[in-house]
Design a protein around this ligand. Structure first.
Ligand SMILES: Cc1cc2nc3c(=O)[nH]c(=O)nc-3n(C[C@H](O)[C@H](O)[C@H](O)COP(=O)(O)OP(=O)(O)OC[C@H]3O[C@@H](n4cnc5c(N)ncnc54)[C@H](O)[C@@H]3O)c2cc1C
Length: 412
């Protein structure tokens, strides 16, 4: 078990989070969110804050615990058993908080970061627009400077937490003439006149998390709410992709673990042809395969967390964060899918939560950057590393009998 290597502090955080998940999240909340009776569970966010579980990585001065990614991922695995919406709402203060913590002024930290971690201010992050999410820098929402304000116009879609958020981190075009990478700014936008949220989606899963479409119509945003400098969104975006994708990855571990445990217990009780179904290879190999994937995903996520803690942001970190997001979310999907198969027909019903977890898992391969976009990042950063390797490693390409047949090495 990976936890053998954990510090006492890590174990106690895991236990604390596990206790919160067990005692402070009513079953009815999950059911009401899934049936869209509850659109946004504000009390849940406040309860997390009350237990001092939000924004663990941020300094105590601003309401965090001064911990690191190695702590946050293990807390997130525990929260992840609750499904995608509750895990995402748990993650949003970590995601939006990252922008404020890394790029914000002391005033912004005091006005927004602390209240957020104390549960007095709820947040959402608004990147995606109707005309495209993967092509983020094609964003058309605009913020025109007028004196001490920006006037914000445009719309964002699929924004988790939008229905309940008091504050939005919004990316908008502040320079209509520059190339995209020099044209966009990140702004902290308070809910107020001109900002409208619509609940327009019938979601397959991840319901009840306040996912909405956000309209900005001449919203006046004070210039001091700029994060990272005017037209500086590229740097903010690159930093934000760490918490966005790491939280997706770590939450997916919890969902996968819960699905596997339910299916493995079922297989230990359910009989067919006079035997427990776990005695059939068709079933127990699925359990073995799922567990192997889960352990591999967890190892990758924890190793990535360790590297972020040691190295901050870099090409290698971006590659590993993307690998973690891709591999952990694909693991969650595969494990939940196999859990359903192991359980046969009853797994497809709402007698067990597998069908809900499977619906949630499907989203994880799409949001916070699709897994195709993860591949784009992974191969890009790999080539940066590969083509810049110092020539100290053995030239393995030369270990072939005809390695010097230069005339056969035709590349064009
Ligand atoms: C329930 C839900 C919650 C969400 N929450 C948020 C949120 O809180 N905040 C937020 O800002 N966004 C959020 N999103 C948006 C999400 O991050 C985007 O949907 C996602 O990034 C994909 O963007 P898109 O939907 O515009 O798809 P598109 O960008 O149109 O992509 C369509 C397809 O083309 C593929 N594709 C696109 N470009 C490439 C390429 N270069 N190479 C290979 N394949 C490519 C994609 O992988 C995908 O398969 C949420 C989405 C959903 C459904």
């Amino acid at each position: 078990m990976i936890e053998i290597t954990w510090t006492p502090e890590q174990r106690s955080l895991r236990d604390e989070t596990r206790t919160f998940v067990q005692e402070r999240v009513p079953r009815q909340l999950i059911l009401d969110m899934d049936s869209d009776v509850i659109h946004y569970p504000r009390q849940y966010v406040q309860d997390l804050a009350g237990c001092h579980l939000l924004g663990l990585r941020f300094p105590t001065e601003w309401g965090g615990r001064g911990l690191n990614w190695q702590h946050e991922v293990l807390a997130l695995e525990e929260i992840g058993v609750l499904g995608a919406s509750l895990a995402c709402l748990y993650s949003l203060p970590s995601i939006v908080g990252e922008a404020i913590h890394v790029f914000g002024s002391r005033e912004q930290k005091s006005k927004y970061l602390r209240p957020m971690l104390e549960g007095r201010l709820t947040v959402a992050e608004a990147l995606t627009e109707p005309r495209g999410g993967s092509d983020f820098f094609g964003a058309t929402t605009s913020a025109r400077r007028e004196g001490d304000f920006y006037v914000l116009n445009g719309q964002k879609r699929f924004i988790v937490g939008a229905e309940g958020a008091d504050l939005f981190l919004v990316y908008a075009r502040t320079n209509p003439d520059a190339s995209s990478h020099q044209a966009i700014s990140a702004l902290l936008v308070e809910r107020g006149p001109g900002l409208e949220v619509q609940h327009v989606y019938g979601l397959m899963g991840a319901r009840g998390g306040g996912t909405g479409r956000v309209y900005f119509r001449d919203v006046r945003v004070p210039v001091e709410n700029l994060i990272g400098g005017e037209n500086g969104a590229l740097e903010v975006f690159n930093q934000m992709m760490i918490p966005e994708r790491m939280t997706s990855a770590a939450g997916a571990l919890g969902l996968a673990r819960a699905s596997l445990e339910i299916a493995a217990r079922y297989a230990d009780r359910r009989k067919a042809f006079g035997k427990l179904i776990r005695q059939f290879e068709g079933v127990n190999f699925k359990i073995a395969e799922s567990l192997t994937r889960l352990d591999a995903a967890r190892a990758l996520v924890h190793e990535t967390a360790r590297i972020i803690d040691a190295a901050g942001n870099s090409g290698t970190v971006r590659r590993m964060v993307s690998e973690s997001k891709k591999f952990a979310t694909e693991t969650a999907w595969a494990v939940a899918n196999d859990a359903m198969q192991i359980m046969g027909g009853i797994g497809y019903t709402n007698v067990y939560p597998i069908e809900r977890l499977l619906r949630d898992a499907r989203l994880m391969t799409i949001w916070t950057g699709t897994n195709e976009i993860m591949n784009l990042v992974i191969q890009h950063e790999y080539y940066q590393e590969l083509l810049n390797l110092p020539p100290t490693a053995r030239d393995v390409e030369g270990d072939a009998r005809n390695a010097d047949a230069a005339g056969e090495k035709i590349y064009e």
